[in-house]
Write a protein that binds this ligand. Structure first.
Ligand SMILES: [Zn+2]
Length: 95
């Protein structure tokens, strides 16, 4: 179900960020990867989870913070389980 173009972009990101932080959460209105400010409109789009939004500055994939901190974590994470679990876990360890 993953768009091939997005998948390619994601693979490229993973190569670029060998530390496994291709996916970051939006923290305090900023990108969790480069801390560049994320415009409110973009945050709305991210929280709607209708499409994959990348940071304008560093190109990392941005996910809503509630996705990482939600109580029903397992269920929420399954929404994006196409992303490698090990990499995701490393991202969430920042919580
Ligand atoms: Zn960024």
């Amino acid at each position: 179900m993953v768009d091939e173009r997005l998948l390619k972009a994601f693979e490229a990101l993973r190569k670029r960020y060998g530390n496994g932080l291709a996916i970051v959460t939006v923290t305090r209105n900023a990108c969790g990867g480069c801390f560049n400010a994320v415009p409110p409109q973009m945050q709305i789009e991210i929280s709607q989870k209708k499409e994959i939004i990348a940071c304008e500055n560093c190109g990392r994939v941005l996910i809503a913070d509630d996705l990482a901190t939600s109580v029903d974590k397992k269920e929420r994470i399954s929404d994006i389980e196409d992303f490698p679990r090990r990499k995701m876990k490393r991202t969430f360890e920042f919580d």
